[in-house]
Design a protein around this ligand. Structure first.
Ligand code: SAH
Ligand code: SF4
Length: 358
């Protein structure tokens, strides 16, 4: 009989901060080391971007070696990095099993937003999304989600991009379909790395139980809803998940989210020419957004090569914008970022950048 595959070493990036300290105190305790060593390592993990235990210079060499024998500091390999004319930087990360995911750094005047992936591929099959067409590969672990942040933080520091101020879960995958990893990743980014909860946005296509779960969290994480249509029948054509959790149920969940935390939600509305940009849809969208006090981002559709759909005309987009504004809804039109590096892999979702309303 062949040997079973050895267990993968524990990824320190995938542990929530309290668990990381407990785990390391146990580790150091068993080696006759003082408990403060655990906090020393935690500082290296969260406050620095060292690549490995050998760089943790305030630990004795034997302790660095012992850590390396038991743990990993999960780090994806950067397969490629593409930098757009507008400064948007897309990383394609190769995970330990060869899966590829992307994350995007989006610099604007006053912030640096990281858009990260929660799954390799996506099972939701939205008809306008390249990730949806490519199908589901696997969930990412909490450590693999957090590693995109840590590696991007290092890259940003090395390339004079400054600190990452905001995080959006808008890369590949549906975060609320991978809640087992996404919840701890939120805790790690917030409590470990110190990214304010109000600066972290989870984007979902409408996984109702996931929205309700997020509503229960005490932290003020933000929520963006990929709406794309204010009417059920059309939404069903764009988003298969609409059949499972139709709009009325989604709206109820959003009300619960708002009531629970007093947090404003954002609607993302990707405008596809002659698909979801009919003028008569604008007042319906406005009513929905008004009732929920939602902020609306209108995003020109980013064409995918094998599909005939194109972005709405700027007249149509402006029309939507003015109808929403006239009806008292806060609305912004988002220009796609990094178009010139929108390569074949996945879909550059930098266009979905949400300027979170503080
Ligand atoms: N699965 C989550 C988060 C990842 S998708 C979600 O759907 O919300 C991030 C955003 O990119 C979503 O708002 C999605 O609707 C949008 N998007 C996907 N394909 C797009 C395209 N071709 N053009 C413009 N936006 C797109
Ligand atoms: Fe998945 Fe979001 Fe793309 Fe839909 S839009 S297929 S949920 S990544």
């Amino acid at each position: 009989m062949s040997d079973p595959t050895p267990p993968r070493p524990i990824d320190l990036l995938g542990l929530v901060p309290d668990a990381l300290v407990v785990e390391l105190e146990r580790h150091f305790g068993a080696r006759g080391q003082k408990a403060f060593r655990a906090r020393q390592v935690a500082r290296w993990v969260y406050e620095t971007d060292v690549r490995g235990f050998d760089e943790m210079t305030d630990l004795p060499t034997a302790e660095r070696e012992a850590l390396a024998a038991t743990y990993v500091l999960g780090e994806p390999d950067a397969d490629t990095v593409e930098v757009s004319d507008d400064g948007t930087a897309k990383h394609l990360w190769r995970l330990h099993d060869g899966e590829l995911v992307e994350s995007v750094l989006i610099p604007t005047e006053d912030r640096l937003t990281l858009c990260l992936s929660s799954q390799a591929g996506c099972a939701m099959g939205c008809t306008f999304c390249a990730t949806g067409w490519s199908g589901f590969r696997r969930h990412l672990t909490a450590g693999e989600i957090v590693a995109q942040y840590r590696a991007s933080r290092r890259w940003a520091a090395e390339h004079d991009y400054g600190p990452i101020t905001n995080i959006v879960y808008m890369g590949m995958g549906e975060p609320l379909a991978n809640r087992g990893a996404v919840h701890p990743s939120l805790t790690i980014l917030n409590r470990g790395f110190g990214v304010g909860a109000r600066r972290i946005t989870v984007s979902t296509v409408g996984v109702v139980p996931g929205i309700l779960e997020l509503a229960k969290r005490p932290e003020q994480f933000k929520l963006a809803i990929s709406l794309h249509s204010p009417v059920e029948a059309l939404r069903r054509e764009l988003i298969p998940l609409e059949k499972r959790w139709p709009l009325p149920e989604l709206v109820e969940a959003l009300k619960a989210f708002e009531t629970a935390g007093g947090r404003r939600i954002t609607f993302e509305y990707t405008m596809i020419r002659d698909v979801n940009d009919a003028p008569e849809l604008a007042p319906l969208l406005a009513d929905l957004a008004f009732d929920l006090h939602a902020f609306v981002n209108l995003i020109p559709f980013n064409p995918i090569p094998w599909q005939a759909w194109g972005p709405s005309t700027s007249e149509r987009i402006r029309h939507f914008q003015s109808v929403l504004a006239q009806r008292g809804v806060d609305v912004a039109v988002r220009e796609p970022r990094g178009r010139d590096i929108d390569a074949a892999c996945g879909q550059l979702r930098a266009n979905a950048l949400v300027q979170i309303q503080e």
